[in-house]
Design a protein around this ligand. Sequence first.
Ligand code: HSE
Length: 318
Amino acid sequence: MINLEGVRVKVPASTANLGPGFDTLGMALSLFAWLELKPAPKTVFRLYGEEMKGVAKDKSNLIYEVAQKVFDEAGVSVPELEISMASEIPLARGLGSSASAIVGALYAANELIGAPLSAEKLFEMATALEKHPDNVGASLFGGIISAVWDGSSANHVRIEPPADLEVLVAIPSFQLSTAKARQVLPDRITMEDAVFNVSRASLLTGALAAGRLDLIAAAMRDRMHQPYRAPLIPGMERILEEATDHGALGAALSGAGPTLLALTERGAGRRDELAAFLQNVLADHGISAKMLWLSPSTEGVRKLLPEEKIPFAAESLV
Ligand code: HSE
């Protein structure tokens, strides 16, 4: 039943809070983490890449703890594990690094013991750990996820991303924890702002499902979290206001930030202009940022094929 050879999985990053979809609309992105779990005589860790620096290498490690939750749920005992992980997803930047770690660990642990738990069960466990369903749903199922969490059960619909959708992310060099970015949010919003968001979230979900890229500009507006978080990300307000003047279909804070995201139509041109606009506005506020062009990842977490390698060299071991 337990696969002694181990299991290797690849899991995408994600953006949450897509436009007006606070805590509900997520999308998987073509930036990845890789994880291998293997039963072992004693728990050991092999962590590769800059993004893994500082990650715990004992049984308080998130991957270890999450894997044990799967084994407990399934009534199986695998107390000692060899855990290898490599990631290109930057930490605490709003690109779902913790969600991808949780989803990778849940999926790999479940596969290791013959997959007794359903994908829906894994989604529920992931959401209970992460508290919001949008990042974990996207990393688990890929594509665009519209999801609801009521505190005990999670529901979702997966939307195939429009084929021409491209994503520019500006990843600031500083980290911002979700906890800190949540502290600045108000306890209550007005009926007017609630209607503002719910109408645009509905329009955006429908537009993405129907491939109506022309509606994204009107739909990608938010009054629930971005205005309150603006002081934490200097330059954000101008980027959100003016990105469409520089070729974006729309722009948003990615998750709780600080990464900013602009959606574009592949082949529509003005890529350099848009990237320069984002970079220059952030630089005007003294913020350096890494610019990456990504695609929506239509694939969620999956097992690696035997011929696929975890793409990190031994020298990047941290
Ligand atoms: N939706 C969360 C927030 C971040 O904006 O606080 C993603 O989990």
